[in-house]
Design a binder for this molecule. Structure first.
Ligand code: UD1
Length: 417
């Protein structure tokens, strides 16, 4: 297993090219199962998660080839319906194959993903949403199973806004017979672009970027040819690095509107932000000011930036109250940051962060993807050396993170444990 060793104390300065978004790439990769043919996806980040998803597609009979960031997926022979536990348990997003399998093949056997590091993550809305389209699904020996399914249009109201369940049901509805109306859907960019990609293939999805989708089922779709959008969470993480180190970083190849909530919050901490059409320059203050944050569904402040924002607050001048309303248990980074000298009191889903003058390097453990990013950010400003073990979590979602940090002037080393 790899670890990162970071020597803190350097300002980060320069330009960094932001990679394609993992959370946008995964549902598009799943959508290739909706239509036989050869699909071309550009700007796919080279990550553990995208490679795991490629393996899921391969066990379903697809052929997947990566050439740097271009991913070519041939689903002509994809006629298998079982996504096994061994793969699904390593990556929850594997459940995305369920809807496309039911829509195209009328059958699926997909392992239930189980919980994750920050608590239970239910899939009830994926199942009830598909049931509204006529999919009778059973849970059998830990697998979600459907046979002889013929999807038809239906009406479904999501009682919680869910990115994953919206993508799941939207994909399935594109090939269902008749019209589907989905209410209270997610409007995260990952969802909107998935809809755009499907429409470019011949789907008839109306209402994208609103809370109500109307989907007229079509008989078949054309193969996908698309470029994955930039990763707004990676961009916001590097913006947080500028905020914490007091440096100036230009984020290249971004869509600034996609991470406006994070930029506005960092401005509140004293950062100066210059937005251009496809890049953002952010300059950190000598010390950030405290700022309260509550995570919300898009366009609110993303839960995927909560951990990194706690790292900013840990060294800010004053006390910040940081609340996660989306994932109330997502705080495994708190005890690790405390080991580096952060003063954080956790009350349920609310972290009260009293900013300290300095953090000190320590051996810490990455527990999940965004928690790892928060530890790396803290390490950038900590005195001395921080050894972050289990960095595979970071590798799941940040492409070439250590190389990008090094290019910005950080002292980072990847070591084998
Ligand atoms: C996606 C992102 C993840 C991000 C999350 C919230 C991917 C691969 N992952 O995860 O990085 O943190 O959105 O922005 O895109 N819920 C239910 N029942 C369900 C599904 C969800 O109650 O069937 C609840 C969840 O417990 C949570 C909320 O809905 O409280 C939002 O979760 P959801 O948007 O579904 O997250 P994911 O799609 O899994």
């Amino acid at each position: 297993m790899d670890a990162l060793v970071i020597h803190g104390g350097r300002k980060l300065n320069g330009r960094v090219a932001i990679s394609g978004a993992k959370n946008a790439a995964l549902p598009v990769m799943a959508a290739t199962l909706l239509m036989p043919g050869v699909h071309r996806l550009r700007n796919v980040p080279q990550l553990l998660d995208t490679h795991t998803f490629a393996k899921v597609l391969e066990v379903l009979g697809a052929k997947v080839r990566f050439d740097k960031n271009e991913c070519v997926i041939d689903t002509t022979q994809a006629d298998k319906v079982e996504a096994p536990y061994d793969l699904v348990r390593t990556m929850r997003a594997s459940i995305y194959v369920l809807g496309p399998l039911l829509a195209r093949l009328g059958a699926a056997r997909v392992s239930l993903p189980g919980g994750c590091a920050w608590g239970p993550r239910p899939v009830n809305l994926h199942l009830t949403g598909l049931a509204a389209l006529g999919a009778q699904l059973d849970i059998d020996h830990g697998y979600i199973t459907g046979q002889n399914v013929k999807l038809h249009g239906g009406n479904f109201h999501f009682d919680v806004v869910s990115v994953g369940a919206t993508a799941q049901v939207m994909m399935a509805a594109t090939l269902a017979e008749g019209t589907t109306v989905l209410e209270n859907v997610a409007v995260e960019p990952d969802i909107t672009v998935l809809g755009d990609v499907l429409n470019a293939c011949g789907a008839r999805i109306e209402g994208l970027n609103t809370r109500r989708l109307t989907i007229h089922g079509v008989k078949s779709l054309q193969p996908i040819d698309t470029t994955i959008i930039p990763d707004r969470i990676e961009a916001a993480t590097f913006a947080a690095a500028a905020a914490m180190t007091g440096g100036s970083i230009t984020l290249e190849r971004v869509i600034p509107a996609h991470f406006e909530a994070a930029l506005a919050k960092l401005e509140e901490t004293g950062c100066v932000v210059v937005r251009e059409s496809d890049e953002v320059t952010i300059t950190g203050p000598s010390r950030p000011r405290a700022a309260d944050v509550t995570t919300m569904v898009y366009p609110g402040f993303p839960t995927d930036m909560q951990a990194q924002m706690i790292a900013v607050a840990a060294i800010a001048n004053g006390t910040s109250v940081i609340t996660d309303t989306i994932y109330v248990d997502r705080f495994t980074h708190v005890p690790e940051l405390s080991r580096m000298g952060a003063n954080i009191e956790l009350k349920g889903n609310v972290a009260i962060v009293r900013g300290v003058d300095r953090l000190s390097g320590a051996p810490v453990m990455a527990t999940d993807l965004r928690a790892s990013a928060a530890l790396a950010l803290a390490a950038l400003v900590a005195e001395g050396e921080t050894h972050i073990s289990r960095i595979y979590h970071l590798d799941r979602g940040y492409e070439a993170f250590d190389a990008k940090l090094t290019a910005l002037g950080a002292r980072v080393e990847r070591v084998r444990e």
